[in-house]
Design a protein around this ligand. Structure first.
Ligand code: PGA
Length: 272
């Protein structure tokens, strides 16, 4: 198994104070299971306006008590960015600006953006390009609707999204891409697909990437996640097999106890 990842996607759910309280609660709980939690890369993706306050929490975590004990596996991520580095784009934020705020990761192409804001595969492609140019790590989200699934088009949809997002986007030897398979009809529903299906879909994604990137890059620089309906009771089954390197969590990342249990389950598995 590659180094496992848990991504917390807070979406537009919390105010500034709520976010700070949640971070305090999570960091306190993580400290108690530090040895296990350190096995997992944990990426917090708050909304733009809360990036700075979460960044301060991450920087301050544990260091006030004992600088040497600071966890180095906690990262800041954004939920989206624009596809240009700079310019007259009112209301947008560039990867370079996110980097200045301390971000290392950016979620790109989340289904809620594709569905509610008309984000196209072409936009996703350009965003990935700019994010890589800015030396940040894109977390590309792909997934099918219930209708596409019913029509037997799931694999085609996924392959198409991965192809259009990545084909032609150069990945350097020291760069990483994360891809999250998130069936759209499952997100926020409290349901999950079977572990076999998540595993199979990640195999399909991996297979497609062989056409773009050399094998060593796929093996070492690309991590594949599952997302949609994950909580502390079902996370275990998804990390059974090596093809799933981690989890993208929405609702359950807003509850400290639940979220830290997810990290603990994954951390324990990776020590086995
Ligand atoms: P969920 O959301 O865990 O609430 O299903 C996942 C996501 O939207 O990334």
């Amino acid at each position: 198994m590659k180094r496992p990842i848990v991504v917390a996607n807070w979406k537009m759910q919390l105010g500034l104070k709520e976010g700070e309280l949640l971070m305090d609660d999570i960091l306190n709980r993580l400290e108690k299971i530090k040895k296990i939690a350190e096995k997992v890369d944990i990426i917090f993706c708050p909304p733009f306006f809360a990036l700075e306050s979460v960044s301060k929490k991450l920087k301050g975590s544990f260091s006030l008590l004992n600088r040497k004990n600071q966890m180095t596996n906690l990262f800041l991520g954004a939920q989206d960015c624009f596809w240009e580095h700079k310019g007259a784009f009112t209301g947008e934020i560039s990867p370079d600006q996110l980097k200045e705020l301390g971000c290392q990761y950016v979620i790109i192409g989340h289904s809620e953006r594709r569905q509610n804001l008309g984000e196209t595969d072409e936009m996703v492609h350009h965003k990935i390009k700019t994010v890589l140019e800015s030396e940040l790590v894109p977390i590309l989200c792909v997934g099918e609707t219930f209708e596409e699934r019913q029509n037997g088009a799931k694999d085609y949809v996924i392959i198409n999204q991965v192809t259009r997002a990545l084909e032609g986007n150069v990945l350097k030897a020291d760069q990483e891409i994360i891809i999250a398979y998130e069936p759209i009809w499952v997100i926020g529903s409290g349901q999950v697909v079977t572990q076999e299906e998540a595993q199979y879909t990640n195999q399909v994604i991996q297979q497609r990437m062989i056409d773009f990137y050399p094998l060593p890059l796929i093996k070492n620089n690309i991590r594949l996640l599952y997302g949609g309906g994950i909580d502390s009771t079902n996370v275990g089954q998804f990390i059974e097999k090596d093809i799933i390197d981690g989890i993208l969590v929405g609702n359950a990342s807003l509850k400290a106890e639940e979220f830290v249990k997810i990290i603990e389950t994954i951390g324990l598995k990776s020590t086995q």
